[in-house]
Design a protein around this ligand. Sequence first.
Ligand SMILES: *Cc1c(COP(=O)(O)O)cnc(C)c1O
Length: 389
Amino acid sequence: MRKIPVALPNLGEEEAEATRRVILSGWVTQGPEVAAFESEFAAYVGASHACAVSNCTTALHLALLALGVGEGDEVITVSHSFIATANAITYCRAKPVFVDIEATGFNIDPALVEAAVTPRTRAILCVHQLGMPCDLAAIVAIGRRHAIPVIEDAACAIGSEIEWEGAWQKVGRPHGDIACFSFHPRKVITTGDGGMLTTNNPQYDQKFRLWRQHGMSVPDAVRHASSQVVFEAYNEVGFNYRMTDLQAAVGRAQLGRLPGIVEARRRLAGLYGDLIGGVEGVAAPVEANWARSNWQSYCVTLAPDLDQRSVMQSMLDVGIATRRGIMNAHLETPYANAGANLPRSEAAQAHSIILPLYDRMPEADVQAVVNALEVAVEAARPILHRAAV
Ligand SMILES: *Cc1c(COP(=O)(O)O)cnc(C)c1O
């Protein structure tokens, strides 16, 4: 049986050649490839600074530290996200304050953010979930009103765009204070593992660079280039959150593919939208008129009377992989005592399904997925409601 995977990274000869170039150069971490990837990435999103790190979770950790988030502080965020969003807050010994998502879509509801602000709120950590931009204009306005900085978890959102002051801009400019990206293979471009922080604040960028490399006052690349003997100092506790040059070289090749990848994903998502419009009991995701998703994932919502697991199983039985929608951190052990009341987040986890989508997916497979979905939904429908009755 032919299988349709839920995702497939686009890696090829360019990436293989790039790693070969790095290996033969003899400089394999935190060197010229990392520097070039950073400046190319910054230019792509339109940020003044981009700092490469080991993954998006470490990027989120450094972003929160740069804002001074620490013990006893509160950070307003969503539970309805990959658990790394909440974990990064926990690493700072701060408390994630979970607010619910919007009535349509999977992003933070800005109307609930303001009510969650307390004197201990130190940051707002919003997520562009599945690549769909969240309502940054509303969130940044709330942040400004209360003098609270905004971090964007843009793990999934490279290539997504938002209309800002009348023009389309890339997510990660950033529109908040700091944006964090992931290059895990499940995202739109990959370096195996990897992450990037973007900001327009040079002080934050300096801190990221210091902390990602053990708090070392003079980076090894600078010492290597110096004709004078240089002794470095370690004035603060740092981390090893480095990206290697092997990863960065792959990232540069991936960045070259990105416009084509995003274009293909948008075309396939458009096709899904047209076809799913005709499937009863399944709602397609929608873009706000100020948002352009990169469609990192295509997540549909099932009618409440349809069993998520049986729909997914029926599709797997015919060789089509799906995943349940985004998880909720507050339903997992470490955050079970957060006292969260998040009905929309819980409904989204229980009733949404991620369908296969990747840039080289044939259009015929999109049609095959929707056909299988239609059959699976009909089989999962409670007996009295079946169309045949
Ligand atoms: C994938 C993801 C992360 C974590 O990214 P890593 O690079 O795997 O650390 C964080 N937040 C969100 C929303 C994600 O989807």
